[in-house]
Unconditional design. Structure first.
Length: 192
């Protein structure tokens, strides 16, 4: 079986799949169907605060999408970013998934249950998919990392640049400013 046929099979299986609660819709990467827990309320609060800061800064031809499929079938990758900034023209195209090469920024909020997905899997997939800016926001330790300028290093997809931030600092991504001072951290008991 080729990589493309495995991807098509997984994509068809995913479409026929009845999503059991509390799972999120599966993602596909490197020949695997990735099942994850649905986002918890603390995760969604961080997403809300990021969204309310970013939306007023976006040009009229840009939109911020939440939990929308982003697919590169040629790579066999389907991801569902927490937040993604795209051209409005891309949002109105007749396809179910976002073309990652038409994105401007992807933001992932690290979950307690699977941090490796954001720091490893997506850090491999997003530069391969041509995502120009990738921001990881981590409420576990109150940090953020901005990656930009996709490239290949040693034959593997990577980002040329990265900048680390701590909550309380202002993150600048592609001219947009995100004040992290108001972002809550996960508490030791699983709450805020």
């Amino acid at each position: 079986m080729t990589g493309q046929s495995v991807y098509r099979y997984l994509r068809e299986f995913r479409e026929a799949f009845d999503k059991p609660e509390p799972l999120a819709w599966p993602e596909i990467s490197h020949g695997q169907l990735l099942m994850m827990m649905g986002p918890k309320k603390q995760h969604q609060l961080v997403a809300h605060r990021l969204r309310t800061q970013l939306e007023p800064q976006l040009a009229a031809d840009l939109v911020l999408m939440v939990g929308t499929e982003m697919e590169d079938a040629s790579l066999g990758v389907l991801r569902v970013p927490d937040l993604v900034v795209i051209d409005e023209e891309e949002a109105t195209r007749d396809s179910d998934a976002i073309d990652p090469r038409r994105s401007h920024l992807v933001i992932e909020i690290v979950s307690r249950s699977n941090p490796a997905n954001d720091y490893e899997g997506k850090l491999r997939d997003y530069p391969a998919m041509g995502v120009p800016h990738y921001l990881i926001v981590d409420p576990r330790d109150g940090s953020a990392v901005h990656y930009w300028a996709p490239t290949r290093r040693g034959g593997e997809p990577a980002y040329d640049n990265r900048q680390h931030y701590l909550f309380g600092e202002t993150v600048t991504v592609a001219g947009w400013k995100i004040d992290t001072a108001g972002l809550p951290r996960y508490g030791a008991d699983g709450g805020l």
